[in-house]
Ligand binder design. Structure first.
Ligand code: SF4
Length: 223
C-alpha cells in the first residue's frame, strides 16, 4: 500500500470517527468570539489552568488594562497581579507582555485571516513561546481557519483510536491529523475529541463498553 492509499483510508476512518462523535455529542457551531490577539493572550493564560480560571484572569487583565498598549507599558508585577487567578502569573506576565509588544510593534496579526494557512502558522510560531497548539488555537477560534490544536485529549484519543501511531509526537500530530480532515470538519473534530476525552475516553479508566467508537477503535484499552 502506498502512503497516499494509507492516507486516504485514514481520512475515511477519521470521517467515520467524527460522524459517530457528532451523533453522540452534536456538531458545534463554529463562531468567532475573540480577536486574534485576544485569543493569543487567552491561550497563553490557559496553560496549566482550568477554563474558568483562564477566563477570570483574562477578564481581570482587560479590566486592569483596557487596551493592549497599556499592557505593553505596564510593569510585569502589575500584569502578574491582574492575571493571578490564572496561575503561574509571574511566568505568564512577562511572556504576555513580550508577545503583545511584538505583535503591536510589527502589526503582525493584521490581516492574518487572509494569509495562506502555512504562512499564518509560521508567523504565529515566530513569536516567543508560541508552538503549534497555540498557533492553531488562534487560527481556529479567532480566524475560522482549519488549523487543529492538539491538546492532551485530542492526542490521547487519536492514538487510542489509531488515527496516529505511537511514534507520532504531539507536535507532529498537528499536521498529521489535520491532513486527514476536511477543512470544514476541523472545528467539530477538535471540540468533539475533547468532549469524548473528558466524558468517555478518559486518561484513566476509559469507558470502552459504552463508547460510541467501540468496534471502530483500533486500540481499545478495556476490550
Ligand atoms: S473504545 Fe475505549 S480506548 Fe477506544 S475510543 Fe472508546 S473509550 Fe477510548
Amino acid at each position: 500500500m502506498t502512503a497516499t492509499d494509507e492516507r486516504q483510508i485514514n481520512s475515511i476512518f477519521a470521517r467515520e470517527v467524527l460522524r459517530r462523535l457528532e451523533t453522540s455529542y452534536g456538531r458545534p457551531a463554529w463562531r468567532v468570539e475573540h480577536t486574534p490577539l485576544d485569543e493569543l493572550v487567552l491561550t497563553i493564560l490557559s496553560q496549566h489552568t482550568s477554563d474558568i480560571n483562564c477566563e477570570r484572569a483574562f477578564t481581570s487583565l482587560r479590566t486592569a488594562f483596557p487596551t493592549w498598549d497599556e499592557v505593553v507599558a505596564a510593569p510585569d508585577d502589575a500584569i502578574a497581579d491582574a492575571i493571578r487567578a490564572g496561575g503561574l502569573a509571574r511566568v505568564k506576565a512577562p511572556r504576555i507582555k513580550m508577545v503583545v509588544s511584538q505583535v503591536l510593534a510589527g502589526h503582525l496579526l493584521d490581516g492574518i485571516e487572509e494569509r495562506p494557512l502555512a504562512e499564518a502558522k509560521a508567523l504565529l510560531r515566530s513569536l516567543p513561546g508560541v508552538g503549534p497548539k497555540t498557533a492553531a488555537c488562534v487560527l481556529l477560534f479567532a480566524c475560522q481557519r482549519p488549523a487543529l490544536p492538539v491538546d492532551t485529549h485530542v492526542y490521547r484519543v487519536s492514538q487510542r483510536i489509531g488515527l496516529i501511531d505511537g511514534s507520532t509526537n504531539p507536535e507532529d500530530a498537528h499536521e498529521a491529523l489535520e491532513a486527514l480532515l476536511d477543512p470544514q470538519d476541523v472545528y467539530s473534530f477538535h471540540v468533539n475529541m475533547i468532549q469524548h476525552g473528558r466524558a468517555i475516553c478518559r486518561a484513566r479508566s476509559p469507558q470502552c463498553a459504552g463508547c460510541p467508537l467501540a468496534g471502530l477503535c483500533r486500540h481499545p484499552v478495556n476490550a
